[in-house]
Unconditional design. Sequence first.
Length: 95
Amino acid sequence: MVIMLFALLFFGSKGIPDLARTLGRTMRQVRDASNEVQREIQRGANDVTRAVQDQRRTFQQSLEMEPPKQPAIPPPPTGEEEVPKPPPPTEPPTA
């Protein structure tokens, strides 16, 4: 109530419709800008999600195409193979 009385005294009866119109336009512009920012953020998030999915798909395809690798540790001897003997111990040098 006080704000409306202040607006009436400050702007006059002829200025209030223009003030309301300007306020409405400003609110619409702020809302449109906010919606645009939200759309840009969503578009960026979708781009990142799509890139991650593409990388995941590429990685899965490369795993399917590679032949299986040999284990890093050789299998234990079966007894048929000759096991190398360790070198003989060396005597410490005498001074």
